[in-house]
Design a protein around this ligand. Structure first.
Ligand code: MTE
Length: 323
C-alpha cells in the first residue's frame, strides 16, 4: 500500500500475487511438491490447521455468513498485511513467531461510564462466540472469504456504557518492537490507529475477532483481538488491539495520516471510486490451488456486497468526497 523505492521492494511483492500463488500451483501440478501436496490441497481445510492452534469451544454458526466457499487456512494465514511484522505478504507469517498474545489487556477510555484496563477474558468470556463467514476486500483489489470467529463489537462496547458525547470509537494496536520487527522501521507512524463512527461500531455486522476456522487467531492475523468490518476496505480492520477510546471528535487513522489523498476515514468498499493508483471496479480472489489457474477477476460490489445491511448508515453522505 505504501509507495517505496524499487530497491526497497522484495520480488515477492513485485510479482502480482496471482502469478506468485499460481507459480506454486504450477510447481505442484508439475510434481515438484510431491503428490501428497496436491492431495492435501483438495482435502477439507480442517486438515491443514496446525495442531499448535487451540480450538475454540462453544462457537455458534451465524446467519450473517455468506454461502461462498471459504479460502483455505493456509491462504488466510500465509498472505497477510501486518506492517508491524514487515511489508511483504509473507512477512507476517514468517516474522510473528516471537509475538506473545497472552496475557493480553485492553485499555478502555474516553466518553464512557465504565473505563479502565480489562484483561482478555473479562472482555471476551461474557459473550457467545460466533462463526461468521465474511467476504473480505483489501484496498489493493484482492479478496478472500474468511470464516472468522468473534463477537459483535457493539455487544462488547455496550458494557462500557458510552456517554451521549461518544460519536466515534478509536482503536490502537500494541507497540512491541522487540516482538514486532517491522516496528523498528518508520514505514508507518506506530502505533497503528483506526476509528469508526459510533453507528458503524454498533452495527451488528461489525465483529471483534478472536479466531479463524474454529481456532484461536494466529499472530499474523492480529492475535488475540482484531476488528472485522466487512463492508470496508481491509485496512480499517485493525489488528492486535490494546486500546479502545470513545471520542467526540473523529479520530486520526494510520493510512489516512500516511496518504490522505489515497485512504479516507470511511473506506467503504466502492467500485465507483477508484484509488488514485488502481481501479476498485473489480477484484481478484486470492487462491493457491489448481483452481487459481482459472481464477478470474470478479466485479467488486458496493459495500462489498453488504449494501442492504449498511447503506442506510450513509444516507445523505457524499460517498465520493467521503471515501
Ligand atoms: N492492523 C495493523 N495493526 N497493522 C497493519 O498493517 N493491515 C491492514 C489490516 N489491519 C494492518 C492492520 C490491512 S491493509 C489489511 S488488508 C488487513 O489488516 C489484512 O488482514 P489479514 O492479514 O488478516 O488478511
Amino acid at each position: 500500500m505504501l509507495i517505496r523505492k524499487p530497491s526497497d521492494i522484495k520480488s515477492s511483492e513485485i510479482t502480482p500475487e496471482r502469478t506468485y500463488l499460481n507459480r506454486r500451483a504450477l510447481l505442484q501440478a508439475a510434481g515438484f511438491a510431491g503428490a501428497g501436496t496436491l492431495l492435501s490441497d483438495a482435502l477439507a481445510a480442517d486438515d491443514a490447521i496446525p495442531a499448535k492452534y487451540q480450538r475454540l469451544a462453544g462457537v455458534r454458526k451465524s446467519p450473517f455468513s455468506t454461502t461462498e466457499a471459504p479460502n483455505k487456512f493456509e491462504e488466510i494465514t500465509g498472505y497477510n498485511n501486518f506492517y508491524e511484522f514487515g511489508t511483504g505478504k509473507d512477512d507476517p507469517a514468517a516474522a510473528s513467531g516471537r509475538f506473545r498474545p497472552k496475557p493480553w489487556k485492553v485499555k478502555v477510555d474516553g466518553e464512557a461510564e465504565v473505563t479502565g484496563t480489562f484483561d482478555y477474558d473479562s472482555i471476551v468470556k461474557p459473550h457467545v462466540l460466533e462463526e461468521r463467514i465474511y467476504r473480505f476486500r483489501c484496498v489493493e483489489a484482492w479478496s478472500m472469504i474468511v470464516p472468522w470467529v468473534g463477537i459483535p463489537l457493539g455487544d462488547v462496547l455496550k458494557r462500557y456504557k458510552p456517554t451521549s458525547k461518544a460519536r466515534y470509537v478509536a482503536f490502537e494496536t500494541v507497540v512491541r518492537p522487540e516482538e514486532m520487527p517491522g516496528q523498528k522501521y518508520p514505514v508507518l507512524d506506530w502505533p497503528y490507529v483506526e476509528g469508526l463512527t459510533m453507528a458503524e461500531a454498533m452495527h451488528p455486522l461489525t465483529l471483534l475477532v478472536v479466531g479463524v476456522y474454529g481456532v484461536e487467531l494466529p499472530n499474523q492475523n492480529g492475535a488475540p483481538l482484531r476488528l472485522m468490518v466487512p463492508w470496508k476496505y481491509g485496512f480499517k480492520s485493525i489488528k492486535s488491539i490494546v486500546r479502545i477510546s470513545f471520542t467526540e471528535q473523529q479520530p486520526p487513522t494510520t493510512w489516512n495520516l500516511a496518504a490522505p489523498g489515497e485512504y479516507g476515514f470511511y473506506a467503504n468498499v466502492n467500485p465507483k471510486v477508484d484509488h488514485p493508483r488502481w481501479s476498485q471496479a473489480s477484484e481478484r480472489r486470492v487462491s493457491s490451488g489448481l483452481g487459481s489457474l482459472f481464477a478470474a477477476r470478479q466485479p467488486t460490489l458496493p459495500f462489498n456486497g453488504y449494501a442492504d445491511q449498511v447503506a442506510s448508515l450513509y444516507k445523505g453522505l457524499d460517498l465520493v468526497r467521503n471515501f
